[in-house]
Design a protein around this ligand. Structure first.
Ligand SMILES: [Zn+2]
Length: 259
């Protein structure tokens, strides 16, 4: 999650798993009127939205967000990723799912927080509705789960590699607008070259020349474009990497890649 404060308003970007009193915590950080921007409908980004009123999200992710906000789904994910944390929680620690109407959020939309402008930029791939957030004055872009060290394109809601590549190329037009890249997992920062690295990964996958390392994660099998060491770093020292499924490589579905 990120909290951005301007002279008039503050924006909370994403709401995490929805555990504990997120709103109370945010109120210790800012007294400004708050808007909430959800980058995409996954449970680790949207599930805390239930505590807030003005919540914006791309409507392309609404079905996904509703499913992912369910307490049972959040528990199931934590059983996998954080069983000890889950064991220490009670029912009332879970923020109930958001029941209001998500305000629309789309590519190109801007928010003036008072001296701070946030601009939403689409980078479809990880999900259909995923948006990145450009802080115009800070020349910083928050790519979130849309582009990073292990972009998950192996999910049922992900796009194919060919389409994702086209969206990355489109995002390159925005490169003159930023010189810092933030993410929402791992070490939270990447060099700007992460975008080109992911384009390179797509090129290799499409040409069949990627490392295609078989990986099991969250109960599904996926292929990692570039081999990594035990810390998850690419062996060649570059940053961007992605996980995909061979049957979702090409835009036309009659030519899936054999593995
Ligand atoms: Zn995600």
């Amino acid at each position: 999650m990120y909290l951005v404060e301007g002279a008039d308003k503050a924006a909370l970007i994403d709401t995490g798993y929805g555990i504990g009193d997120l709103k109370g915590y945010v109120e210790t950080l800012t007294e400004k009127p708050l808007i909430v921007l959800i980058t995409h409908g996954h449970l680790d980004h949207v599930a805390g939205a239930g505590q807030f009123e003005q919540v914006y999200m791309n409507h392309a992710d609404i079905t996904l967000a509703k499913e992912h906000s369910m307490v049972e789904m959040r528990k199931a994910a934590m059983r996998n990723s954080a069983p000890q944390l889950l064991a220490g929680l009670t029912e009332k620690d879970f923020i109930p799912p958001f029941t209001g109407e998500f305000l629309p959020l789309q590519d190109g939309q801007t928010f003036d927080l008072g001296g701070v402008t946030l601009k939403l930029l689409a980078l479809r791939g990880h999900t259909n509705g995923i948006l990145t957030v450009l802080n115009v004055q800070d020349r910083t872009i928050m790519l979130g789960d849309a582009c990073g060290v292990g972009v998950l394109l192996c999910l049922p809601e992900s796009t194919n590699i060919e389409d994702y590549r086209a969206n990355l190329i489109n995002m390159q037009h925005n490169e003159p607008l930023y010189d810092q890249v933030l993410r929402e997992h791992g070490k939270f920062e990447s060099p700007c070259s992460v975008l080109e690295d992911c384009i390179e990964a797509c090129d290799h996958i499409l040409a069949g020349t990627d490392d295609a390392v078989r990986t099991e994660m969250m109960g599904l099998v996926a292929y990692r474009a570039f081999a990594v060491d035990e810390d998850g770093k690419r062996l060649d020292g570059k940053e961007g990497n992605l996980l995909y499924k061979p049957e979702k490589v090409y835009a036309s579905n009659h030519s899936s890649k054999s593995k």
